[in-house]
Design a protein. Structure first.
Length: 281
């Protein structure tokens, strides 16, 4: 990937992170940590990988996206707003009564949301159904699903994985956000799902391990996923929970907490400085 493309992605991802902080601060609740850790890959998906049309959210030939870790809805809303599915000002209504931006994604009320999610472990099953539908219809669109590393402690994830491999769903690509932290602390101290790559490989997946903040590795992973035939792909991305905001990084306490005014101002100042450095570089 050339320097110009990386610069565009970095700027987009930084704006995405700013939108996450803004919306969670306004809501006084939400999940910033995991939203920030997935921002770089989400930016790549929506700007370079997936076929979507903000003017026609239900376009039949669009690629589908399932946010299996639905509590990280602030990240999904942020990228959808940046893409033009709805005005960015609406992000300030997150979790408020009457808003279509609820705490978990709602496919009936929010343009660009392909699956209502939030009950952990279930999103990958829906993604499998979408991918199988495309296969049966002979359609070319692909399905992507983002899972949390704590989420894969759920048994349904592995039932769905077995199904995906059995049906040879090579049009399905899942991304596991391996930031090593869940609401109660470090994964291996709660209910360890490790070793993650080996487990998905044992279930019949094409497995790719990347740095979730390295755009060259992100691009190579999705290109490899497209080339793989006969099996689904699992991209295991090592990431930093709270990435981009110094006092949130690698802190489990920011899994589901909103910043106060002072913290909000510090976070936004850091992100504005990061954006300025990107744009001037």
């Amino acid at each position: 990937m050339d320097a110009s493309a990386k610069k565009q992605l970095a700027a987009f991802a930084t704006r995405l992170r700013m939108n996450v902080i803004e919306s969670v601060y306004c809501a006084k609740s939400g999940h910033p940590g995991g939203s920030l850790s997935m921002a770089d890959t989400l930016a790549y998906l929506y700007t370079r990988e997936m076929r979507v049309d903000p003017a026609n959210p239900r376009w039949q030939e669009r690629d589908r996206f399932v946010l299996s870790k639905g509590h990280c809805a602030p990240a999904l809303y942020a990228v959808l707003a940046l893409k033009g599915f709805f005005p960015q000002e609406q992000l300030r209504t997150l979790r408020q009564i009457g808003s279509h931006l609820q705490g978990h994604p709602d496919m009936k009320g929010t343009p660009g949301v392909d699956m209502s999610s939030g009950s952990l472990g279930q999103g990958i099953s829906a993604a499998c159904g979408m991918a199988l539908t495309a296969k049966l219809d002979g359609a070319s669109w692909r399905t992507y699903a983002f899972l949390g590393d704590g989420e894969i402690e759920e048994g349904q994830v592995w039932e769905a994985s077995m199904f995906a491999a059995h049906k040879k769903l090579d049009n399905l690509c899942i991304i596991v956000d391996n930031n090593n932290l869940q609401i109660d602390g470090e994964l291996d101290q709660v209910n360890s799902p490790y070793p993650i790559p080996e487990k998905f490989a044992a279930f019949g997946f094409n497995v790719i391990v990347i740095d979730g903040h390295d755009y060259d590795q992100i691009e190579a992973a999705f290109e490899a996923a497209r080339r793989c035939k006969g099996k689904p792909t699992a991209i295991i991305q090592h990431s930093i929970k709270g990435k981009g905001v110094s006092f949130m990084e690698n802190k489990a306490s920011w899994h589901g907490a909103a910043p106060n005014q002072e913290q909000y101002e510090q976070a936004m100042a850091e992100l504005r400085a990061a954006l300025a450095a990107i744009e001037e570089g």
